[in-house]
Design a protein around this ligand. Structure first.
Ligand code: PEP
Ligand code: MG
Length: 494
């Protein structure tokens, strides 16, 4: 498609005509111009498209000048390819039987080579500085794509360890694939729901591919962030409707705008704050900017006529916020009734439990809503007073902290006592070591990255709630997060 692009071709023609240079030079000049344009774009994804252009121009030049290139099709032995960079056509032509791993100095998670390697399920590590200088042809190398680890000329013992790890991984993957179409039910018959976290309607493909049972969190802020103005009611309605329709009646929990903290929307001109995570954000902003909130609620309610949509408010810290938000929701409903616009009259309304005071007081909060969804990403940061984005103190941010687990357990129990269901949409819901504890605590819904769904289902199907339940008291009284993790490793995950 790139070599058919009229702008690209006209540019080359013009150069030849006007500057009387040869065709190879013209191709190089024009391609270099576009490569530098793409390289200067801030968006990581678009920036990496410069590599695609480099690839196309290199191939054009190779053909024009009649030079033979290195051909990854002809790899004879099983090999790990180590390169400064791999252009997508190299990766596409690679002999997949023989190329069993890829290591590159350049590129990142969203470079096409990484994307293709992931699709082909070839272990790959990108961005390894100087590896082409360090590794030599014929060296023995182990790469662990999951951990981002390279072992060069490993010992016999290391080889054995990784052969075992590889076998276990393959066996585990086979087993998780078998989970497609199955129920998420524990050995002792406790059925839970495993749903997906999404950011855009496009992510629904991944839910279907991984057999997700619904959407546990639709982060609508991306709709606002991917634009240079507020999305209109119509634009929002379309996005929510598509997701609801494609999920065919499965639950779709849509979270109202959760902006602020680390998520900025430049055109809202949010004030500079000393403590943005504790400041003017999410529901606080929506209750202040009622115009923004009402538009979103109208779009959400209208879309609710096309599927099983539930509404969730983020960053709730007081009962008054819930009541105020619900009051506005009722007003918007009334408006729609007057306009004869259909919506689900019984739409469920829930809140994120991500502030410690709400977890502690969850018996009271539970009386105000239809469901809770525990947001551990923020709950951990507020409980432990550790900024979730600060690398320097990231060693303090820990999902196994007993204080966090106590809050989770308390929230689930209080929710159940009040007769509402309780889910979790923070990253902890997909954590393989925590899943057994969460099941034992009675969590009803686990919402996670779509690619973790089948693994989570496998774990649930292989544990028994009543075997883990008696261990909970002991786990929650352990002194540290490290003790909790060790306990799980030794007694639960085998
Ligand atoms: C959370 O805080 O756990 C959560 C799911 O929301 P976000 O990561 O968008 O803050
Ligand atoms: Mg949050």
């Amino acid at each position: 498609m790139m070599i058919e692009d009229p702008e690209f071709n006209d540019g080359i023609r013009a150069k030849i005509k006007e500057e009387r240079v040869n065709v190879e030079w013209a191709v190089k000049e024009v391609a270099d111009h576009y490569i530098s344009l793409f390289s200067n774009i801030e968006d990581e994804y678009l920036k990496e498209r410069a590599l695609d252009l480099k690839d196309v121009s290199k191939r054009l030049l190779r053909i024009l000048s009649g030079v033979e290139g290195t051909d990854l099709r002809s790899i004879k032995e099983e090999s790990i390819i180590v390169a400064e960079d791999l252009i997508p056509s190299d990766t596409a032509q690679m002999n997949k039987e023989k190329a069993i791993g890829i290591v590159t100095e350049l590129g990142g998670k969203t470079s096409h080579t990484s994307i293709m390697a992931r699709t082909l399920e070839i272990p790959a590590i990108a961005g390894v500085k100087d590896i082409t200088q360090i590794a030599k042809n014929g060296d023995f190398m182990i790469i662990d794509g999951g951990e981002g680890l390279i072992l060069l000329n490993p010992s016999e013992e290391e080889i054995k360890k990784y052969e075992k790890k590889k076998k276990e991984y393959e066996a585990f993957k086979m087993k998780t694939r078998e989970m497609k179409g199955k129920e998420s039910i524990s050995k002792d018959g406790i059925k839970v729901e495993i749903a997906a976290n999404i950011g855009t309607p496009k992510d629904v493909d991944k839910i279907i591919e991984n057999d997700g049972e619904g959407v546990g969190l639709y982060r609508t802020e991306f709709l606002y962030m991917d634009s240079d103005k507020l999305p209109t009611e119509e634009e929002q309605f379309e996005s929510y409707k598509i997701v609801a329709e494609r999920l065919e009646g499965k639950p779709v929990i849509i979270r109202t705008l959760d902006v602020g903290g680390d998520k900025d929307i430049p055109y809202l001109n949010l004030p500079e704050e000393m403590n943005p995570f504790l400041g003017y954000r999410a529901i606080r902003l929506c209750l202040d900017r009622v115009d923004i909130f009402e538009t979103q609620l109208r779009a959400l309610l209208r879309a609710s006529a096309f599927g099983n949509i539930k509404i969730m408010f983020p960053m709730i810290s007081s009962i008054k916020e819930i009541r105020d938000a619900k009051k506005i929701l009722e007003e918007v409903k009334e408006e729609l009734r007057k306009e004869n616009i259909p919506f689900n009259e019984d739409i469920e309304v829930g809140i994120m439990v991500e502030i410690p005071s709400v977890a502690v007081h969850s018996d009271i909060f539970a009386k105000e809503v239809d469901f809770f969804s525990i947001g551990t990403n923020d709950l951990i940061q507020y409980t432990l007073a550790v900024d979730r984005g600060n690398q320097d103190i990231s060693y303090l941010y820990n999902q196994y902290h007993p204080a966090v687990l106590k809050l989770i357990k308390m929230t689930i129990e209080n929710g159940h006592k009040a007769g509402i269901w309780v889910g979790m949409c923070g990253e902890a819901a997909g954590d393989e070591k925590l899943i057994p504890l969460l099941l034992a605590m009675g969590l009803d819904e686990f919402s996670m990255n779509p690619s973790s769904i089948l693994k989570a289902r496998y774990i649930i199907n292989n544990i028994s709630k009543k075997e883990i339940e008696p261990m909970l008291d002991e786990i929650l009284s352990l002194p540290t997060a490290e003790d909790v993790e060790k306990f799980i490793d030794e007694n639960i995950i085998s």
